[in-house]
Design a protein. Structure first.
Lengths: 132, 180
C-alpha cells in the first residue's frame, strides 16, 4: 500500500533560497500565546478578587476559611413571599400588605444586632484572664 | 512679604505636626504597663475570643442582612410600584424607602469597615506590639458601635414606612369611599 501522507522534514520548514526568514516573534508565537493567556488570566482574576472584596460580597460569603463552622446556620426558613407589584389596589390588598409587612418587621426588629460591648478592651482583656 | 508667608506656613506646619504628635502620645499613654502585660500574657485567649466574635458577627450580618434586604426588595419597592402603577400618590412611601435604602447601604459599608478592622486587629502580633493591638481593638469597637447605631436607624425607618402605609390607608379609605 503506497504511503499517502507526504513526509515533511525539518529541512522543508526552513526558508528556501530567496524566501524571507521568520521574525523573532513569529518564531516564538506559541510561547507568546501561552504567556499572554497567563497574563490575561492573572489580570482578570485580580479584577474579580478586587470586586469580590470591595463590593462587600466577601462579607456575605460564609464559605471563606474560618467561617465554615457557621455556614449551616444561615437562616433559610425565613424566606417571605414578596408582594406583587401588579394588580389593583383596594383596602383588602393594603391590609394584605400590612399583614406581610408587620410579620417581616417584627422579625427584623426582634434582634438588636451588634449590641453590647464585647470589644471593650477592659472587658476583653480582664475576662480572658479570669477565664484562664 | 514672601518671607513672612513662608515663615507663617512653616509655623503652621510645625504647630500642626506638634499637635498630632501630642495627640498620638496621649493616645499611646492611655495604655498602662499592667494592661500591656495583661495583653501579652492573654494574647492567645484574646485572639480566640476575637475570632469567635468575628465568625458570630459574620453570621449575624448574613442573617440580619437577608431580612433587611427582603423588607426593601420584596415589600417596600413592590408596594410602591403597585401604588404607582395604579396612579396613586406614593411619594411619601418612595421617600421613606429611599431613606431606608441609604441606611441599608451605610449598614453594608459600616459592617465592611468593622470586619476589616477586626481582622486587622487579629493579625497584629499582640505579644510583640500590645499597644497597636489594643488600639486596633478600640477602633474595631467604635466601628462595631457604628454598625449597631445603623441597625437602630434601620428599625426606625421600618417604623416610618409602616406609619406611611397607615397614613396612606386612611387617605385611601377617605378618598375612595371604600370601607371595611
Amino acid at each position: 500500500m503506497p504511503d499517502k501522507v507526504p513526509k515533511v522534514t525539518i529541512e522543508d520548514l526552513q526558508p528556501a533560497d530567496g524566501e524571507e526568514r521568520l521574525g523573532y516573534w513569529a518564531r516564538h508565537r506559541f510561547m507568546l500565546l501561552i504567556v499572554a493567556s497567563i497574563i490575561i488570566s492573572l489580570v482578570m482574576v485580580s479584577i474579580s478578587l478586587a470586586a469580590y472584596n470591595l463590593s462587600g460580597t466577601a462579607q456575605l460569603d460564609l464559605s471563606r476559611p474560618g467561617y465554615r463552622s457557621v455556614s449551616d446556620q444561615v437562616e433559610t426558613q425565613n424566606r417571605i413571599d414578596g408582594f406583587s407589584s401588579f394588580g389593583s389596589v383596594s383596602l383588602d390588598t393594603i391590609d394584605e400588605f400590612i399583614f406581610l409587612y408587620d410579620e417581616q418587621a417584627e422579625k427584623a426588629k426582634a434582634v438588636d444586632a451588634f449590641n453590647g460591648d464585647p470589644l471593650n478592651p477592659e472587658v476583653l482583656e480582664f475576662t480572658v484572664l479570669d477565664e484562664e | 512679604m514672601k518671607r513672612i508667608l513662608i515663615v507663617s506656613l512653616a509655623m503652621l506646619l510645625s504647630t500642626s505636626m506638634a499637635f498630632v504628635a501630642v495627640q498620638a502620645t496621649r493616645a499611646q499613654a492611655t495604655l498602662t504597663e499592667e494592661q500591656r502585660e495583661r495583653i501579652v500574657v492573654n494574647c492567645v485567649g484574646i485572639k480566640n475570643t476575637l475570632n469567635r466574635l468575628k465568625v458570630s458577627d459574620a453570621l449575624l450580618r448574613v442573617n440580619r442582612g437577608q431580612i433587611y434586604e427582603s423588607m426593601r426588595g420584596k415589600l417596600m419597592e413592590p408596594f410602591n410600584d403597585r401604588l404607582g402603577n395604579n396612579s396613586l400618590d406614593n411619594r411619601g412611601l418612595v421617600a421613606a424607602t429611599k431613606s431606608y435604602n441609604i441606611e441599608l447601604s451605610a449598614f453594608r459599608s459600616d459592617y465592611q469597615s468593622y470586619e476589616r478592622q477586626l481582622i486587622a486587629a487579629i493579625q497584629i502580633d499582640c505579644t510583640e506590639d500590645p499597644d497597636a493591638f489594643h488600639f486596633a481593638i478600640e477602633n474595631a469597637r467604635i466601628l462595631r458601635q457604628q454598625v449597631n447605631d445603623g441597625v437602630g436607624r434601620l428599625h426606625e425607618y421600618i417604623d416610618d414606612y409602616r406609619n406611611g402605609v397607615s397614613d396612606f390607608r386612611l387617605n385611601y379609605e377617605r378618598v375612595s369611599g371604600d370601607s371595611q
